[in-house]
Design a protein around this ligand. Sequence first.
Ligand code: PLP
Length: 424
Amino acid sequence: MSDRKYHIETLALHAGQVPDPATNACAVPVYRTTAYSFRDSKHGADLFALKEFGNIYARLMNPTNDVLEKRLAALDGGAAALTLASGTAAIYFALTNIARAGDEIVSANNLYGGTFTQFDAILPQGGITVRFAPVNDLAATEARINEKTRALYIETVGNPNLDIADIEAYAVLAKKYHLPLVVDATFTPPTLLRPIEHGANIVIHSLSKWIGGHGTGIGGVVIDAGNFDWSDPKFALYNEPDRGYHGLRFAHDLGDLNSLAFILRLRTVGLRNQGPTLAPDAAWIFLQGVESLPLRMARHSENARNVAEYLAKHPKVAWVRYPGNDPLADKYLPDGAGGMVVFGVKGGAEEARKLVDSVELFTLLANVGDAKSLIIHPASTTHSQLSEEDQHKGGLQPELIRLSIGLEHIDDIIGALDDALAKL
Ligand SMILES: *Cc1c(COP(=O)(O)O)cnc(C)c1O
């Protein structure tokens, strides 16, 4: 594509793609191959020595994934991206691409349940400590930063409380201590919010949610803004010679590509030697989702706003939270606040479960971001691994019901909720 600055609707359809060089296919082909042949032994040797860039083996590169990576980097305003087997893998491999045993990460505490468990129980097994602070409590966050800290971590919209993180305030703090700001933006795809424009250095999405958009695949992506200087010696993974890569120092020895040290290390160490590769079939599914992402996010946001307004007026509803009502919404989500609504019914957890069991149209499951409307009671499911105290700290009330509002007609969505509330 030319240097012309295209709108995000256009990038969602075209970025990263040229007609297939082998066949002129208009759609992105699925390259189902394990390896790629070398023209001759010199070609193979040059590829391995990084003297020439090209395809070697599909654990570390695939032309189908490559289009998705370029497209997602373009949508988020990043320099480069890497797809991985799941959002969970994207988070794990992004953070272990920054921190090693003995290092620490400071994170907001209002996290996706699986991420909280990874930080609280899994990363410590590898010697990485995560210190939690309440989201947007910048003083508490700063108090947890010390000489071992290697990253700040937030979600754009917290789970399940739906509070908006003040990304710019975190970016100021990250700069002050020369730390990368890592942002999970799954709940706010790039047509709604682009964290890099607010100072983030690394952006992560679970592709399994709105970007895929149809509940048909598991995948994740890590996007590198290419704007962080890794040459500070405290980032040992970038400054000490890498035994796994001919003694390469990623922050120093990549020449013109030093600014992409993070994403290149994620591919060469994360994918190449640890193997969390996204299958090209799944990449193809996510490419279909990306094409209609701008249209879908507008409708998800409009439907969710209508549901939030309806629930707020209902006499059996105790409270409603929806990112569009957050004081930070005007700043961070001017084009729509996404598809999520949480609310509490009067009568507590028991009434909440009754509603979840009786509502029509909404599918009861542990997922968000499908084209279909979804419902769940997090305290007894997605967040049940958390102690009652950690649930409370993350702002999860026992009566909270989480809705992921789909693309059905708004009258049908509200009608289903209205019938279920009438039965309480
Ligand atoms: C779903 C989700 C994840 C995990 O992604 P998977 O693709 O399911 O592994 C991480 N963060 C958030 C905010 C999510 O919603």
